[in-house]
Design a protein around this ligand. Structure first.
Ligand SMILES: [Fe+2]
Length: 367
């Protein structure tokens, strides 16, 4: 990344000049992102209620590092999910286990990551099991969400995202009182940044999302976009016409204790979405799968008393918005791949969250 001048890029972004298309298409940029963005930031692994009992574990990947978070008697702890022997991944998926045993040669670790058994190692003169624990990783929670960080020097999770919880509670939602309703994997034919930049503005909403724009007041003077240092928030109010059932397009029932829509991006690739209505929240983890593809995990949560039919209605509403977005981002990614024109022009009055995001990318990648 030595060919870039950080100050020049940041100055351009302040004037709305976007990063050039090669940042969205090249293998070498992605290699840098894996090391300098994904391995240096807090990465979501799953909800805390899946780590409620001793032995509960969730495995995931952080900047391509296999990771596992486990609950033991001390709390939650994170480890590199790679056996110290031949580097096979130790735990798969999520569940509950008394010990962490590698399925390759049965090297077995306790819930603190200490190597307890290595078959045939007792015949090895110089072998000391104490030399081979699973490598530790930072693991912390933000409300009901568990994250890990592969950077031993990272500041606490709270430092980066603590205040987002206050913004969320102002929506009327009790974030601690939600149940996981559905989890699914998805994939997209666009760079992870292409997708998140689409998430970060609602300039396109009146044009491309008729249903969404009938439910949420997306007018420029009422829809608020705020760049915090490490997270960005969009807050919109439910439309009166939607509350009164007077929308011209079919909508889900927007009436309920949650009176705002909120969309947060926690740097670099975790989003939280809340829609007006009954208690609801969905999260997405956006992971690069090569420069031109993204693989994601989506989890939908609802309040414990939310009706199944309503949950399904909101899910379908969001699915429609997602399909509308896919068409947009696929088109953008094809043009980025073509590389002409090399740069775009951002509007700093309503796309400043994209400017902020691209600046974080630049600061992470260019010294
Ligand atoms: Fe959209």
């Amino acid at each position: 990344m030595n060919r870039y001048d950080q100050q020049e890029l940041l100055r351009g972004l302040d004037q709305g000049i976007s990063l050039s298309s090669v940042w969205y298409t090249g293998d070498s940029i992605l290699d840098h992102e894996i090391l300098k963005v994904f391995r240096k930031s807090w990465q979501y692994v799953g909800p805390i209620h899946e780590l409620a009992e001793v032995g509960d574990y969730i495995s995931s990947y952080v900047g391509e590092i296999p990771v596992v978070v486990v609950r033991n008697e001390r709390g939650i702890e994170g480890f590199v999910n790679v056996c110290r022997h031949r580097r096979h991944e130790v735990m798969k998926g999520c569940g509950n286990a008394k010990l962490m045993q590698c399925a390759y040669h049965a090297w077995t670790y306790d819930l603190h990551g200490c190597l307890k058994a290595a078959p045939r190692a007792d015949r090895e003169a110089t072998f000391n099991p104490g030399d081979y624990p699973l490598l530790p990783l930072k693991a912390e929670r933000l409300g009901p969400f568990v994250f890990v960080n592969a950077d031993p020097d990272a500041l606490p999770l709270e430092h980066y995202f603590g205040t987002v919880l206050e913004i969320i509670s102002a929506s009327g939602l009790d974030i601690e009182n939600l149940k996981l309703w559905r989890r699914e994997a998805w994939q997209s034919e666009a760079n992870w940044k292409t997708l998140l930049e689409n998430f970060l503005e609602c300039y396109h909403c009146p044009v491309a999302h008729p249903g969404f724009s009938a439910a949420i007041d997306v007018d420029q003077d009422s829809y608020r976009l705020t760049a915090h240092e490490w997270f960005s928030s969009q807050v919109g109010n439910v439309r009166q016409s939607a509350l009164q059932g007077k929308s011209k397009v079919p909508l889900y029932d927007v009436r309920g204790v949650v009176h705002q829509a909120q969309y947060h991006l926690l740097w670099p690739n975790f989003t939280i979405s809340i829609n007006p209505g009954f208690p609801n929240l969905s999260v997405d983890l956006w992971q690069p799968d090569g420069p031109g593809r993204t693989k994601g995990i989506s989890e939908q949560f609802f309040g414990p008393d939310v009706d199944e039919t309503w949950a399904e209605e909101l899910y379908q509403f969001n699915k429609t918005v997602g399909e509308e977005d896919d068409e947009l981002t696929n088109s953008v990614q094809r043009s980025l791949k073509a590389g002409i024109p090399a740069k775009g022009r951002l509007l700093t009055n309503c796309e400043h969250l994209i400017v902020h995001f691209q600046k974080l990318v630049v600061k992470a990648l260019v010294d």
